[in-house]
Design a protein around this ligand. Structure first.
Ligand SMILES: C[S@@+](CC[C@H](N)C(=O)[O-])C[C@H]1O[C@@H](n2cnc3c(N)ncnc32)[C@H](O)[C@@H]1O
Length: 296
């Protein structure tokens, strides 16, 4: 039944996208229906595969710069309802993992299923200091904190802060504050590693559809919904991190020039070149070189 519903919803969304009815989707995103739709998309195995993919992409990034998370304290910003990738990193010898999540609650049942699947696929003796025999998480080593990242306060410092598909959702008015917070929670020399999805989340096949909207209209349509993205471009993120005490040590840009051909583009985006507008997503590694309070 769940699978069938899943297929029906997928085809329904495809039709909506084909007809370019983005405003209908933004409207639905404001209603309770959005939660109903989302709950039909995932089962435990799909979740396991999804988090394994995120773990692999984080791992690929740290391997790029020959970094290691062994004995390191790690924070994940915007982890959804799960510690997800953190469970996979236990076998690699992390010391500590904290997940911060604003909207979603920790889903205990789902997390236990996920932990069992990770342990089965990746046996290691390291799990014993993270979970007891009932898969209860040891809060000394692993924590899920339900909070807005900006409000998260701790004396702890982290060696590495990750996020996947989060920074594009942070309200434009607080994005710089968020980057300053990342800075304040990292040790000097620590790393901020982020995958940022710059696409319009309405239709990933038409990823720059949202360029047609002036800023005011975009905010009116999407602010406060899961469809909201701040529409900052790669260039803006690069400048903001640089301004706030970070050195860019690695960037991978996915450029899709052909996808902006023949698009209607609002004047709001006139400050960007065609190439800047055609970046679909970025993966970045920043090193903290200066504390936020040391900045001139
Ligand atoms: C698109 S989801 C990505 C979730 C997960 N990282 C993944 O890859 O599946 C973005 C997540 O970031 C969270 N988020 C956005 N802004 C946040 C903030 N200021 N503080 C904490 N979490 C935030 C949202 O609640 C949401 O769960």
């Amino acid at each position: 039944m769940v699978i069938q519903m899943n297929i029906i919803i997928k085809y329904f969304l495809k039709i909506i996208q084909k007809l370019n009815l983005d405003k209908v989707v933004y409207f639905v995103a404001r209603t309770r229906f959005s939660n109903f739709f989302l709950s039909y998309f995932w089962d435990a195995k799909q979740n396991f595969n999804y988090f394994e993919t995120i773990y692999n992409s984080y791992k690929k990034l740290i391997n790029k710069k020959k970094l290691s998370l062994k004995n390191k304290k790690v924070l994940e910003l915007g982890c959804g309802s799960s510690i997800g990738p953190g469970y996979f990193f236990i076998k690699d010898g992390i010391k500590n993992w904290v997940g911060i999540e604003k909207f979603n609650e920790f889903d205990k049942k789902f997390n236990i299923e996920l932990i069992k699947m990770v342990i089965k696929k990746y046996p290691s003796k390291n799990y014993s200091s993270f979970f007891d025999s009932n898969f209860k998480i040891n809060p000394k080593n692993m924590k899920f904190v339900q909070s807005d990242f900006i409000d998260f306060n701790t004396k702890e410092k982290f060696d590495c802060i990750f996020s996947n598909a989060v920074l594009e959702h942070v309200d434009k008015n607080v994005i710089e504050q968020t980057i300053q917070k990342i800075n304040s929670l990292l040790v000097t020399g620590g790393y901020a590693i982020h995958a940022i999805d710059l696409r319009d989340h309405f239709n990933f096949d038409n990823p720059f559809n949202f360029y047609k909207y002036p800023e005011k209209e975009w905010n009116k349509l999407t602010k406060g919904t899961i469809m909201y993205t701040n529409r900052l471009r790669a260039k803006d993120f690069i400048e903001l991190f640089k301004k706030n005490g970070f050195k860019l040590v690695y960037i991978k840009e996915n450029i899709q020039q052909d996808k902006i051909n023949n698009l209607k583009i609002s004047d709001f985006f006139s400050k960007y070149s065609q190439k800047e507008l055609s970046v679909e997503d970025i993966q970045v590694i920043y090193k903290k070189t200066r504390g936020f309070y040391e900045l001139a």
